[in-house]
Design a binder for this molecule. Structure first.
Ligand SMILES: [Zn+2]
Length: 74
C-alpha cells in the first residue's frame, strides 16, 4: 500500500470507486458515527438510531435530523 489510510471505514471498498469518493464517504461515515450534541439537554450523547433518526442517551429524546448528521446549529 502506497499510502497509509487512517480512515478505516473505507477499507471495505478496496481500490474501487476512486480515492476522492472514498475519502468523501469516510468523512460522512465518521460524522454519522460520532456522538452529537443533543438539542434538548445539550449533552454530547446523541447517536444515530437509523437513517435520519437520532436518539439521546442522556434525556432519552428521540428526534429526526438529517441523514448523516443532526444538523442545525442552534
Ligand atoms: Zn438529550
Amino acid at each position: 500500500m502506497a499510502e497509509k489510510q487512517k480512515l478505516g471505514s473505507q477499507k471495505r471498498f478496496g481500490p474501487r470507486y476512486g480515492r476522492k469518493l472514498r475519502m468523501k464517504v469516510a468523512a460522512i461515515e465518521q460524522e454519522q458515527r460520532k456522538l452529537h450534541k443533543c438539542p434538548y439537554c445539550k449533552y454530547e450523547k446523541v447517536k444515530r438510531v437509523a437513517l435520519g433518526i437520532w436518539g439521546c442517551s442522556k434525556c432519552k429524546a428521540k428526534f429526526s435530523g438529517r441523514a448523516y448528521t443532526v444538523g442545525g446549529k442552534k
